[in-house]
Design a protein around this ligand. Structure first.
Ligand code: CP
Ligand code: NVA
Length: 308
């Protein structure tokens, strides 16, 4: 039994195996209607709890659909409507849910909640986003890059904007999948030091460059995300917008990257804030492939967790 808590805490070879499996499963579904079952039904008679303490479109729909395609069933639970939101401890919730379901996916605020859930559950737990990381997203992103451009190892990935949870997982993945990473954004929104140190310790280059034009030189992939995340106070919105405006991904910035450089965004996007519509809808944008690949990547993650 394996929990999928983060990219830096999961073995490199296991991560690679999950990406390869996701590709294989995606190919195997080629041409099938979305609601049709997979030929293999590894989650037959399995029940999966999907807990959301924050809003979600992609994570919710892709996990739910993925479980169904593999023959399992889901319960989608809102944290607020559970006793969890009314004072029952995370540890007790984990012990109770473990008596009912085979797998728990949770989207929450503090990383400590995820870790406590995993510690006390006797079934695997998957991180569906915390304030600190979003590993499922980056598994889909690595898969998406490789579908379009081949191996991501040795490539240059540039993040422009807020050094947030998605950025943190992308830095972890730099270390695990072997690509170089450049962050460009204002100093107050730098990514966490621990993630940068982790990636560097795996032998890849991680740089911080304040000038976005210099940062994107030679980039194979340019990535951004919302300027205000779900856990950020709305009162910070105006200050963040002012600080981050120079880091907007627009056609001028993409024009300085390597010709044919891909653009990614985990979505939801705020069009014409962190990225222009011209880039989002442009020829090198793979944002909807990323969204689709959440489904395939997470199916591979769930199989790995359950060993099926
Ligand atoms: N990218 C992502 O996790 O989207 P949702 O918030 O819609 O799940
Ligand atoms: N950084 C964003 C990602 C949403 C999928 C957030 O945490 O709100």
């Amino acid at each position: 039994m394996n929990s999928f808590l983060d990219i830096h805490t999961t073995d490199k070879a296991e991560l690679r195996g999950m990406i390869d499996n996701a590709r294989r499963m995606k190919d195997a579904r080629n041409g099938l209607p979305k609601g049709a079952p997979d030929a293999e039904q590894p989650l037959k008679n399995r029940m999966v709890a999907l807990i959301f303490e924050k809003p979600s479109t992609r994570t919710r729909v892709s996990f739910d659909l993925g479980v169904r395609q593999m023959g399992g069933q889901t319960m989608v639970l809102s944290g607020k409507e559970m006793q969890l939101g009314h004072g029952e401890t995370i540890a007790d919730t984990a012990r109770v849910l473990s008596r009912y379901v085979d797998l728990i996916m949770i989207r929450t605020f503090e990383e400590a909640t995820l870790l406590e859930m995993a510690e006390h559950a006797s079934v695997p737990v998957i991180n569906g986003l915390t304030n600190r990381t979003h590993p499922c997203q980056i598994m889909a992103d690595v898969m998406t890059f490789e579908e379009h451009r081949g191996p991501i190892a040795g490539r240059k990935v540039v993040w422009s904007g807020d050094g947030n949870n998605v950025c943190c997982s992308m830095i972890h993945a730099a270390g695990q999948f072997g690509y170089d990473f450049v962050f460009t954004g204002p100093p107050t929104l730098d990514p966490e030091r621990e993630a940068v140190d982790f990636a560097r310790a795996q032998g890849v280059q991680v740089a911080i460059e304040r000038d976005p034009a210099k940062a994107v030189e030679g980039a194979d992939l340019v990535v951004t995300d919302t300027w205000v995340s779900m856990h950020d106070p709305q009162s910070a919105r105006e200050r963040r917008h002012n600080q981050l405006r120079p880091y907007q991904v627009n056609e001028a910035l993409m024009g300085l990257a390597k010709p044919g450089a891909l653009f990614m965004h985990c979505l939801p996007a705020h069009r014409d804030d962190e990225v222009t519509s011209a880039v989002m809808d442009g020829p090198n944008s793979v944002i909807f492939d990323e969204a689709e690949n959440r489904l395939h990547a997470q199916k591979a993650v769930m199989r790995w967790c359950l060993g099926v």
